[in-house]
Design a binder for this molecule. Structure first.
Ligand SMILES: NC(=O)C1=CN([C@@H]2O[C@H](COP(=O)(O)OP(=O)(O)OC[C@H]3O[C@@H](n4cnc5c(N)ncnc54)[C@H](O)[C@@H]3O)[C@@H](O)[C@H]2O)C=CC1
Ligand SMILES: O=C(O)CCC(=O)C(=O)O
Length: 619
């Protein structure tokens, strides 16, 4: 971002501050850092500046993003080319706005324009045509953005965190970065993923402070294990800019008050389309023919090449009896996991004349004339193409191994664009070598490189070279969800970016994958001496009574609490809170981590610790 534009941002923000008035910042809880600067931010994070800083924008104020764009446009003539104007000042190996996946030809300014368009279009869309509960659109999704878009809420700021500091890995789309930057958050951007040890080191050194990272944004490759999360002592929230969340230790995160958000269906269509293309490519051995031509060989053959709709009916009209006799000859698509991606695929497959069967662990309404089968074996025995769209969980590990491959029809095809752990690759290699499996397409692998380069060999996975030698095997580098501007990646950037802002600024966990979903309507500007308390705690008897005895010194205007397993999440808006009360409120709630004594129904004394997991007071 050019310095001119940046000063425009700051001018805009201080004009908002002027409207709201400013107040003294409270010192943090020890988790906050001294003034820092990052390669990507010139924000002054001194306590005084923080008191004056950009008011965080709640969901209903998110159009700041657009205001900023408008301001930028008002300044036409100012070159908008962050690529030229940003520079890395801290010697870290990250870059600001460089080399986006699939955007080699596009400048950030161009992306910004198109993303802005996508953003506004997304407000008008309601995309979930759910046939099942898995389609429930989280509030962070397209359809709900409009419902949260209420005007003029009070802009809250956190008491216990200084400037929000964000580490983004894996080339997260510019749309997300714009949303987060427009809040005044500090962003450290990295193009690739990092292995565990380097990630720990990065967290230790981020923002040149000690573990002062409040938000980590990743895609599918970065493993946020308990070991890594333990290092990120001040982490509030994780954004998975993808569908899968298997790369995060969700349970550890929840138990430590770290919320995790993802984008449940922004790239589903992209995956479904890739799979459709692979079905045809496998049926026609396109990969091999293309490879041969690249090597100078003309090899015009039709043996074992098929139309995917099966037998051609030609120009003749047939009686229904004959059509029903021919129906079994139609190619059968077997979908394992009939969620967002699987069901999209069902519609596309049928539109191309395939019959569709699906297997899922829950009964789900069939789209079109697709049919659910009761067991995986039923599906494997009938399908010509088996395609996998299940999450990575313990039950799906090696879901397709030697036994399942043997159950598949001879001459059938396997497609995996879910997670690498779902297919036992050595078994697939055997099945393909024996000719039982006629072809396969793999987009995902048990171990994937952290960055682009010459990494697909035996170093990461022992069978890399074996795979490369197989015929009619399409290998792609986890690109199922990788489509460009205004499609998957920017939609994901907007969706997860907005969910993070909503969580940081207003505490709403709607769309969160590891916490109960809790939200309250915004505080209004008129509610001056109101604060919002977010208290994440152990789901144990007695905790709420303790919390409410603290909140009860004020007027509790509204409150919502819910639990998920061992963790409970409480949000409360309380009034009659003087500026001087905020600190003691915060400290009293924090102190609930101390011994808590309660009595069970038999009058026995119960003692437990660590009721409090995380306290946030937003004011
Ligand atoms: N290759 C790529 O770039 C991408 C890969 N993915 C992967 O695709 C997976 C599926 O994505 P969505 O369709 O959006 O997920 P989803 O959650 O909408 O659907 C998953 C379906 O699998 C079913 N399921 C779970 N366990 C099962 C089992 N043992 N057997 C049969 N069915 C089972 C669920 O009931 C659900 O209906 C994601 O978890 C992710 O890992 C997602 C996006 C991009
Ligand atoms: O491209 C990506 O970032 C990962 C896509 C993916 O696998 C997912 O969304 O789960």
């Amino acid at each position: 971002m050019s310095s001119k534009i940046r000063s425009l941002f700051q001018g805009f923000r201080s004009s908002l501050d002027g409207e709201r008035g400013t107040s003294e910042a409270f010192p943090g809880d020890g988790s906050s850092s001294p003034a820092t600067s990052t390669s990507t931010s010139t924000h002054d994070s001194s306590p005084a500046a923080i008191a004056r800083r950009a008011p965080p924008t709640p969901p209903d104020e998110k159009d700041n993003h657009h205001h900023l764009k408008t301001l930028q446009r008002l300044q036409k003539g100012i070159p908008i080319n962050p690529k030229n104007s940003s520079s890395s000042t801290d010697g870290n190996n990250h870059s600001h706005y460089e080399d986006y996946e699939n955007t080699e030809d596009m400048t950030d300014a161009q992306q910004t324009e198109v993303n802005g368009l996508a953003h506004s279009v997304s407000h008008t869309l309601s995309l979930s045509n759910s046939p099942s509960s898995t389609f429930h659109s989280p509030v962070g999704s397209y359809s709900s953005r409009t419902t949260l878009n209420r005007p003029s809420g009070k802009q809250l700021k956190p008491f216990n965190t200084q400037d929000i500091k964000i580490v983004l890995l894996e080339n997260v789309n510019i749309a997300a970065r714009e949303i987060l930057e427009s809040q005044g958050y500090q962003i450290e951007f990295h193009k690739s993923s990092l292995p565990e040890d380097q990630l720990i080191e990065k967290i230790r050194q981020s923002f040149k402070t000690n573990r002062d990272v409040h938000v980590i944004g990743i895609r599918s490759k970065t493993k946020l294990s308990a070991k890594v999360l333990r290092e990120a002592k001040n982490l509030l929230v994780i954004g998975c800019f993808c569908i899968g969340t298997n790369q995060v230790d969700l349970e550890y995160a929840a138990k430590h008050g770290i919320s995790v958000f993802n984008s449940p269906f922004s790239n589903s269509r992209s995956v479904a389309e890739l799979v459709i293309s692979e079905i045809i490519a496998l049926a026609r051995q396109l990969g091999d023919r293309s490879m041969e031509m690249h090597n100078g060989t003309w090899n015009k053959i039709s043996a074992k090449c098929w139309e995917i709709r099966g037998k051609t009916l030609g120009k003749f009209s047939f009686t229904p009896e004959i059509i029903s006799w021919m129906r079994p000859l139609t190619k059968l698509l077997g979908i394992v996991g009939y969620g967002h991606i699987g069901s999209q695929l069902s519609v596309l497959g049928e539109a191309m004349g395939m019959r569709v069967l699906y297997y899922d662990v829950i009964p789900l309404m069939a789209l079109g004339t697709a049919k659910q089968v009761p067991t995986l074996k039923d599906l494997l025995e009938q399908a010509d193409f088996v395609t996998l769209h299940v999450p990575e969980i313990a039950e799906t590990k090696d879901m397709i191994g030697a036994e399942q491959l043997a159950q598949m029809k001879r001459g059938s095809y396997l497609i995996n664009a879910s997670r690498g752990s779902v297919v036992n690759i050595p078994a697939l290699i055997e099945s393909m070598r024996s000719g039982h499996t006629a072809g396969a397409a793999l987009d995902v692998y048990p171990s994937e490189p952290a960055a682009n380069g010459d990494y697909f060999n035996d170093t990461l996975n022992s069978w890399g070279n074996d795979l490369r030698s197989l015929k009619n095997l399409i290998l792609t580098p986890h690109i199922g969800g990788s489509t460009e501007v205004s499609e998957a990646q920017s939609a994901i950037g907007i969706e997860v970016g907005e969910a993070l802002v909503r969580y940081i600024n207003s505490g709403s966990t709607i769309g969160c994958v590891n916490m109960p979903e809790v939200t309250l309507r915004s505080l209004t500007l008129a509610e001056e001496n109101h604060v919002r308390v977010v208290f994440i705690h152990s789901n144990r008897p007695g905790v709420l009574r303790q919390v409410n005895s603290i909140l009860g010194d004020h007027n509790v205007d509204k409150q919502m609490s819910d639990s998920r397993g061992d963790v409970a999440y409480l949000m409360a808006d309380i009034s009659d809170v003087n500026a001087g009360d905020i600190r003691s409120l915060y400290e009293s709630l924090e102190a609930l981590s101390c011994k808590l004594i309660n009595r069970d129904t038999h009058g026995n004394t119960l003692t437990f610790f660590a009721a409090k997991i995380m306290t946030r007071v937003l004011y």
